[in-house]
Design a protein around this ligand. Structure first.
Ligand SMILES: [Zn+2]
Length: 296
């Protein structure tokens, strides 16, 4: 008798533990974003201005869920403001806008739990060991970093693009959250989860070719749409190309049509609809030799 009662209580406790987070999420989603938060999204996520009402509503819902599920931590004395939370959530959820269908809760960066925000570029010690066993310690300036253990680290200065010399087409939030999507497949290797073998074959063919071309461009100091930072590894290529897909979609589509096609299938949205087509075509590669030197 006592055992049956204990078993029932245990079953009830397990049911409550399973239902409670779902109930909390439903309750959070039932409360719309405050008008000030909606205004922040329109101000700090430029793509929102070109969206239709249905897309805006879906993005706001994703942002509500993001703010409910993810924890923000200020670092180096920074106090995380509502502007920081809404801006980072809004840009991160852009990557999921086409992929999250329906009105129910979406799978929203399931591996991620915490976003650490620094006021500016942060220094991280790096250790490299060469063939002869010599250990070199360096301290590298970082704008952002994505960890496989569920953390993303961002510099707020760079999120709000306070550093003016930064070239157009860059977005550190899109970059780090592309790494998160990439890591969901089990390997952060430039190929996120795509589903079918055919999709992987086509992805690998197109991205390998454009990655090799970018490496050649970087070697000869030629500049096209994609930042040379993407030539450092296939994972960085995917993150850099994702920045361009959302920030300079017309230029990317014109210069890398096959790559743009693969991203259309993956992100299931066409960011060209949010921006007027630029009057001038993307510039031809030049030999100015200017390099974008910070890490992310
Ligand atoms: Zn990166």
């Amino acid at each position: 008798m006592m055992e049956a009662l204990l078993a029932s209580l245990l079953a009830l406790a397990l049911l409550a533990a399973w239902l409670l987070p779902k109930w909390r999420l439903r309750r959070a989603l039932s409360r719309p974003l405050a008008p000030a938060q909606v205004a922040l999204l329109a101000r700090n996520v430029v793509q929102v201005r070109g969206m239709d009402p249905a897309q805006r509503a879906r993005l706001q819902r994703l942002v509500q869920q993001f703010l409910h599920e993810k924890k923000f931590v200020g670092c180096a004395g920074l106090e995380v403001s509502d502007e920081m939370r809404v801006t980072i959530a809004g840009q991160a959820c852009l990557l999921l806008l086409g992929r999250a269908g329906g009105d129910g809760p979406a799978q929203l960066y399931p591996l991620l739990h915490t976003i650490l925000v620094y006021p500016g570029a942060f220094l991280v010690p790096r250790t490299e060991v060469d063939m002869s066993g010599v250990v070199t310690e360096t301290r590298q300036d970082l704008l952002g970093e994505s960890w496989g253990d569920g953390r993303v680290i961002l510099s707020w200065d760079h999120v709000r693009r306070a550093d003016q010399p930064e070239p157009p087409g860059h977005n550190v939030v899109l970059h780090e959250f592309a790494h998160q999507l990439d890591s969901e497949s089990g390997n952060t290797n430039g190929a996120p989860y795509l589903g079918s073998r055919e999709r992987y074959r086509s992805w690998s063919e197109v991205l390998s070719r454009d990655y090799a071309n970018l490496r050649a461009e970087a070697m000869f100091g030629m500049h096209g749409v994609l930042d040379h930072y993407g030539a450092s590894s296939p994972a960085e290529f995917f993150a850099v190309a994702t920045e361009s897909f959302f920030e300079q979609p017309h230029q990317l589509a014109a210069r890398h049509p096959a790559l743009y096609g693969e991203f259309l299938k993956y992100y299931r949205i066409d960011p060209r609809q949010w921006q007027p087509e630029p009057v001038a075509a993307a510039p031809e590669p030049d030999f100015s030799g200017v390099a974008y030197g910070q890490w992310r």
